[in-house]
Design a protein around this ligand. Structure first.
Ligand code: GFB
Length: 309
């Protein structure tokens, strides 16, 4: 991409999309195209085609989609599979039809099998069954990857796919149904304000995750758009594996409130281990730079401003 290239960020108000827009602006890219959801419903094929015909972007970051944590995935599985398949199918197809130079499709680490060696390499995709709590979403994301690969093969497009680990940060969804870090920040903050004596964590606390701060993910996406041209998926991870128990202690320390931590075993753990192998992206010349402690600090400071206005 050069600084005047027309760049469309689909999903610009979301966690990753908003970070990509701000990173692009800070890096001097001048021609960034975004469209409010109430003016462009990417589920609608006609309105998506009209948009592409009018703006003819050269580059597309496809971050739009329905996302959420384990509870939302497990509860609204029809919405997760329908919304994501419709959005990505429209954006990928019209990127081809209107000759987009390059598209980056954002997958998700839940695409990987429930049981596979750790750290998880890109070649483990489709080698075993998916974690049931987020299978519909994972199938949608896998079909997005396969669609990019099929268009590259048949139409010689340059559509790349990145698979980030558990992303967190400012602009995350702090409503119910969010991911673990957003929910824990919300819970510990509420406990502090209301001087509660405990916070309830779902599951056993034993699962581990590879948490990556959203600004690192945005930086990686722009790096890949400029330096990666293979059809094969590529992981974006922190390289650090953190247990939910450890995460809860980090969030408790960040919020600065001493209270008991209670585990609710009636809630699902989901996949027990998820650490992405980042050899491929490191060889390409990229690595994350924001530690979980610093990422939590920035996220909590942003959340405090959000709730206190
Ligand atoms: O982030 P999360 O909801 O989704 O949960 P996944 C991660 C782990 O944190 C699970 C535990 O073991 C949860 O049981 N957990 C503990 C909590 N307390 C809480 C809480 O208060 N809220 C939440 N949400 N979790 C996601 C998928 O799976 O992985 C996404 O749902 C995406 O779609 C992402 O694919 C990469 O990490 O289990």
């Amino acid at each position: 991409m050069d600084k005047n290239s027309s760049i469309y960020v689909a999903g610009h108000t979301g966690l990753i999309g908003s970070a990509i827009v701000s990173k692009l602006k800070k890096s001097g890219y001048k021609n960034i195209i975004v469209q409010e959801h109430n003016k462009l419903d990417l589920i609608n094929q006609k309105s998506t085609e009209t948009f592409f015909k009018k703006y003819l972007p050269s580059y597309v970051f496809l971050t739009a989609g329905k996302t959420g944590g384990i509870f939302a995935n497990n509860t609204y599985s029809a919405d997760f599979i329908y919304n994501n398949i419709m959005i990505q199918s429209n954006v990928i197809h019209f990127s081809y039809k209107y000759k987009v130079k390059k598209l980056l499709f954002l997958g998700c680490s839940c695409m990987y099998p429930k049981e596979c060696p750790s750290p998880i390499k890109e070649e483990y995709l489709l080698t075993n069954k998916i974690e049931p709590t987020n299978e519909p979403y994972a199938i949608a994301k896998i079909s997005g990857l396969k669609m990019c690969q099929a268009y590259n093969k048949q139409y010689k497009t340059n559509f790349i796919s990145a698979i980030p680990s558990n992303v967190y940060g400012v602009n995350d969804n702090f409503e119910d149904g969010g991911h673990v870090i957003a929910n824990l920040i919300k819970k510990f903050h509420k406990a502090k304000i209301e001087n509660q004596n405990s916070v309830t964590i779902w599951g056993t606390g034993k699962p581990t995750r590879d948490f990556i701060y959203v600004d690192d993910v945005a930086d990686a996406c722009i790096f890949l758009m400029n330096n990666y041209n293979s059809s094969d998926a590529i992981n974006i991870g922190s390289g650090c594996e953190v247990s939910i128990q450890k995460l809860a202690s980090f969030v408790k320390k960040t919020v600065g409130f001493k209270c008991k931590i209670i585990y609710d075993n009636t809630k699902p753990d989901g996949i027990m281990r998820r650490l992405l192998d980042i050899t491929k992206i490191k060889i390409l010349g990229w690595h994350s730079t924001i530690s979980i402690q610093n990422g939590l600090k920035s996220t909590y400071n942003w959340y405090k401003k959000l709730v206190t206005g």
